[in-house]
Design a protein around this ligand. Structure first.
Ligand SMILES: [Zn+2]
Length: 212
């Protein structure tokens, strides 16, 4: 199992072991919920791709003495099961869904010499569309719980469902971030470019499963 973790640094800083990079030890095992049982279990290597570069990252792993399973800390700039950095995937999804670019334009804008491939680009957009309504509903629920009068809420409400879930989720992710920034000062520097990284971190912590 992975815990999506915000390390507060960019991928190259993470690779270089930026000063103050710490791997927080979870207080309780997220699998069996027993407290104080996690011990260090080394690292495993994982690749992260941008169109121009391959990074090799060390992913911190913990071992639970109670249930004998391992838990690892996945930096929030990476998704599970995707080799490319979330940044790259975000620019593809935004270009296609929000800017309504053609597939050729998306490749032109986001790929370098065929990386990511047009097939990969379509797969990301399909996956985004597949999971969008679940994630959108979770955001609506959170915003409604905390501020039912929020101007950020979809006026038709959660039950109405989004008319265009992939597009609605990109908007809702911004609304979620705007709301979160009013609560957590650590998010002060987060902007438009961080919306999916924040969304992923937030939703993974709530067990929303795959995003893309
Ligand atoms: Zn455990």
């Amino acid at each position: 199992m992975v815990i999506v973790t915000e390390f507060g640094c960019l991928v190259h800083e993470y690779v270089e072991g930026c000063p103050g990079l710490v791997f927080p030890r979870p207080n309780e095992c997220p699998l069996c919920r027993v407290v104080d049982t996690l011990i260090g279990h080394g690292f495993y290597e994982r690749k992260a791709l941008s169109p121009r570069q391959v990074y090799v990252l060390r992913i911190k792993r913990w071992y639970c003495k109670a249930c004998r399973r391992t838990v690892s800390l996945l930096p929030s700039f990476l998704l599970r099961f995707r080799h490319y950095l979330l940044d790259v995937i975000q620019s593809v999804v935004v270009t296609r869904v929000e800017d309504e670019a053609s597939w050729a334009q998306v490749s032109q804008h986001c790929a370098v010499e065929g990386a990511p491939s047009s097939r990969t680009i379509r797969r990301w957009c399909d996956a985004w569309a597949e999971h969008a309504s679940v994630w959108w509903a979770a955001i609506q629920q959170t915003l409604a719980e905390h501020d039912a009068a929020s101007p950020l809420l979809d006026p038709l409400g959660q039950s109405a469902g989004p008319r265009d879930a992939p597009r609605a989720l990109l908007q809702a992710a911004l609304h979620l971030l705007a709301w979160a920034k009013t609560r957590w000062p650590a998010l002060a520097n987060y902007g438009l470019a961080d919306r999916l990284r924040f969304l992923w971190h937030w939703g993974a912590g709530r067990g929303l499963g795959r995003l893309i």
